[in-house]
Design a protein around this ligand. Structure first.
Ligand code: ZN
Ligand code: ZN
Length: 246
């Protein structure tokens, strides 16, 4: 057990957990009670590539037509109430326990797969924010999720491998057709990867444009495989609606 995990256990020894949703005591080392946990909109059937929720587990039409450069997306939840509210609180009000709980639960959902892909050559890499946005917000939410994941798996965290080169207008304010163009050349990979495998971490995958762009760059830089981890995935019917809530 590493220092962070010991500290976490000690904190719960001193202060009992309180549910981030119903505010009752949780009687466990996690700030969500079992009843609220089971009521969450867990992601069930989805496309194995992009994790878009669907009625079955077959690839979605888009991934069938053009398979992405990443081999899978592991996600815990559908991005709808109360996940959207919790992620909003995590990102914009620095409600860190919401981020911690959701990451922990999404990790638990994919524990075996993540263990199977762990190894010396696996790098856990957060999707970077532009430094100006990171300064305004005080932190990069994907970095915190990636750090927690790297501790849980365990695997190596590399938070400086990717960086942004231009400030892009918020993706959510743009129509889908402009998003890809808007992101063009906005991410860079700092070094050659020599066959490393990447676990690319984001808080929410909405259209998949960002992760596709980054994954393509990682493969071009020599990554042998990219797997995406996102706490939540937007359902197909309401992409703009959930975008407004981000
Ligand atoms: Zn509760
Ligand atoms: Zn898909």
């Amino acid at each position: 057990m590493n220092l962070r995990a010991k500290l976490h256990r000690f904190t719960y020894y001193l202060f009992p957990g309180q549910c981030i949703l119903c505010k009752n005591l949780t009687y466990r080392q996690l700030d969500i009670c079992l009843a609220c946990e089971s009521d969450l909109p867990w992601l069930r059937n989805c496309c194995p590539y992009c994790a878009e929720p669907s009625a079955d587990i077959l690839p979605c039409a888009r991934c069938l037509q053009k398979p992405p450069s990443f081999s899978a997306t592991l996600s815990g939840f559908e991005y709808r109430f109360p996940i959207n509210v919790l992620i909003h609180a995590f990102k914009d009000s620095q409600h860190l326990s919401s981020g911690y709980v959701l990451t922990h639960l999404a990790y638990g959902r994919h524990r075996q797969t993540l263990r199977n892909i762990s190894g010396q050559d696996l790098l856990v890499v957060p999707v970077p924010l532009h430094p100006r946005k990171s300064r305004a917000r005080g932190f990069n939410q994907s970095h915190l999720i990636a750090q927690q994941l790297a501790d849980l798996i365990p695997a190596k965290l590399d938070q400086t491998l990717l960086y942004r080169v231009i400030d892009t207008p918020d993706q959510k304010s743009l129509p889908l057709a402009s998003r890809k163009h808007n992101l063009k050349d906005s991410f860079r990979v700092k070094r050659d990867l020599k066959g490393d495998r990447i676990l690319l971490v984001d808080d929410v995958v909405t259209t998949g444009t960002t992760i596709t762009e980054i994954s393509d760059s990682l493969i071009q830089s020599g990554a042998s495989d990219v797997v995406v981890f996102a706490v939540a995935r937007t359902p197909p019917s309401q992409p703009m609606m959930s975008g407004l809530l981000q």
